[in-house]
Write a protein that binds this ligand. Structure first.
Ligand code: ARG
Length: 273
């Protein structure tokens, strides 16, 4: 099996103001210590990994008082040169939305505003010709219809059922046009059946891998950047011919985030080569 890496363009946000000051998911414990300097060093290693792989990394300025802004995947959904802004469920993150929106606008994307709660690529993943859209905890089911209208890809609703895997990108990772990896237990029976139908060759992750946010991974079609602790998943990926790169994001995980959460894919209308 030959794999071709596609050069990616990513948006990231330095965790300058990162902290765990509130709890909006089960990973977050505001009483537990967080090493803010280590968080920045770990994030820097992620950014450098992308650069070393030949990807382009754009940066948005972090905003003081928005400790979760490092999770750029939640800043929008960007496909074919169109950017859909976000609307957060929780008031603590609300002010991130206009900051990201302004960045997309300045970067020249065609802008669309969300009519319902929509947490961007945290819940909206392009897999081949389908948009997989999570709901159950954050992104509202009603927003799936708007995503289909804006982007013109068939949207497949994915019902999330485990509060630890509150965003789709904590339960499923897109590896290439045809392949995904996911944790079956994170989905409703109906969604599991849909996943089996769409992706009969999918990799099934173990609970142990998901519990270290192993599915919060970023693939360019050949290299998969994933949490270093997700060793079983990494072995399964290598069996399938992917090259795995483990990154330790222990501090950001205290907020419920991993590599994918820190990384928003910017998909231009034109091919970026
Ligand atoms: N603390 C953040 C929240 O709960 C983490 C977001 C993680 N992002 C992601 N794409 N899964 O909203």
């Amino acid at each position: 099996m030959t794999m071709d890496a596609t050069r990616q363009r990513f948006l990231m946000c330095r965790p300058t103001y990162f902290a765990v000051d509130y709890a909006i998911n089960p990973w977050m414990d505001p009483t537990a210590p967080v090493d803010a300097d280590l968080a920045i060093r770990q994030w820097e290693q992620l950014r450098q990994t992308y650069v070393d792989l030949g990807h382009e990394v754009e940066l948005i300025d972090p905003v003081a008082g928005l400790p979760d802004m490092v999770f750029a995947a939640n800043g929008g959904t960007v496909i074919d040169g169109k950017a859909m802004a976000v609307q957060f469920r929780d008031p603590q993150r609300a002010d991130e939305a206009p900051a990201y929106r302004a960045w997309f606008e300045a970067a020249g994307f065609e802008m669309y505003d969300p009519k319902h709660v929509n947490e961007g690529e945290g819940d909206v993943l392009l897999a081949g010709d389908h948009l997989l859209a999570g709901t159950g905890f954050r992104t509202a089911h009603a927003s799936h219809a708007q995503l289909q209208e804006v982007f013109g890809y068939p949207v497949i609703t994915m019902q999330l059922v485990d509060p630890r895997f509150y965003h789709l990108d904590t339960a499923l990772t897109v590896l290439d046009e045809r392949t995904v990896a996911y944790l079956p237990e994170a989905f409703s029976p109906g969604s599991r059946a849909v996943l089996r139908r769409l992706f009969p060759d999918a990799i099934h992750a173990t609970m142990a891998d998901a519990e270290v946010l192993g599915l919060n991974a970023v693939s360019d079609g050949q290299h998969v950047v994933l949490p270093a602790q997700a060793t079983d998943l990494a072995a399964k990926l290598r069996d399938r011919g992917y090259e795995t790169i483990g990154i330790d994001l222990s501090e950001l995980r205290k907020a419920g985030g991993g590599p994918k959460c820190c990384t928003l894919r910017l998909r231009q209308g034109k091919a970026v080569k």
